[in-house]
Design a protein around this ligand. Structure first.
Ligand code: PDD
Length: 277
């Protein structure tokens, strides 16, 4: 298949990365994962806006306009004849001898993008998934979609070892988000989710879910909730590019709301799906 390397469409096997690329050595870069439905990027411009804000937060200058980047990605999708899947893209601070300070301005960011076929998780969307709870040991700028994902990976590995799909993270008993998704609960017909600040990634799917709630007159509280409130929630669900609106039916081995996907969760899932079509 084809990939993009610094703006050029090339065969994947031709795209080599230098061993002193700062992304490879330091995780010094930012990324996005964008859903492709029907051969088109879903909420592409929102992802690209977030990429710009992640990059500017760490002082990486993307050498394209947003429109140029969007059209490069769409060309890649067409070239690979991708209908249903994802586009992954990342910008690193570029290649330079390994030293902590940023290199001089003549060092250009390294850009790669590639596509992958990914089905919608249809059976899990119906049955729901299991989750476990673990400490949020990540840094204090989780709003930046940085390549540094060790805190997320360690949490997700714990979840996998416990037979769970997701790890719900908390700081001192307050739930922040999941290892690779945002977490919301439903209590007495109202949605609660952590506010968009430095402690979470402001998910594009999270924002879409909130917009759907506003449109439908479902009350939402962008307010952190505790582990106790999580364990007593009527419903728990995840949002994310690949998980969409995913019911959590078991938490730490205990059934959530009777062990079946919640009513409001399924309604939001359906309304989300209508946005795709
Ligand atoms: N993960 N929180 C974290 C920590 C994430 O990594 C993600 C996305 C989300 C949801 O964001 P969005 O709705 O914009 O996809 C929340 C991507 C898909 C990943 O790293 O694979």
């Amino acid at each position: 298949s084809f990939v993009i390397k610094n703006g050029d469409l090339v065969e994947r096997t031709e795209a080599a990365i230098d061993i002193e690329d700062r992304g490879y050595q330091f995780g010094d870069g930012v990324y996005e994962v964008i859903r492709v439905y029907n051969g088109k990027m879903f909420t592409g411009s929102e992802h690209i806006d977030r990429l710009w804000s992640s990059a500017s937060s760490i002082g990486i200058k993307i050498p394209y306009t947003k429109e140029e980047l969007q059209s490069q990605l769409q060309q890649l999708i067409q070239k690979n004849q991708l209908v249903l899947g994802t586009v992954y893209l990342q910008f690193t601070r570029g290649i330079s001898p390994r030293k902590h300070p940023f290199p001089t301005d003549d060092v250009v960011p390294t850009f790669i993008a590639y596509t992958r076929e990914v089905d919608r998780p249809v059976s899990k969307l119906q049955s729901g998934v299991k989750a476990m709870i673990t400490d949020d040991i990540r840094w204090l700028r989780c709003d930046i979609k940085s390549l540094n994902l060790l805190g997320n990976l360690l949490a997700n590995q714990k979840a996998a070892e416990a037979g769970c799909d997701e790890a719900v993270l908390h700081r001192d008993g307050r739930v922040t988000e999941g290892s690779h998704s945002n977490v919301s609960i439903v209590k007495q017909g109202e949605v609660y989710t952590h506010p968009a600040n430095h402690f979470i990634l402001n998910g594009i799917s999270r924002q879409l879910m909130l917009a759907i709630c506003h449109k439908e007159g479902i009350k939402v509280n962008e307010q952190a909730f505790t582990l106790e409130e999580l364990s007593k929630a009527d419903e728990i669900f995840l949002t994310g590019t690949t998980v969409e609106v995913m019911p959590v039916v078991e938490l730490e081995g205990t059934p959530v709301g009777g062990g079946k996907p919640g009513e409001l969760t399924l309604k939001l899932q359906e309304l989300f799906k209508q946005e795709i079509e």
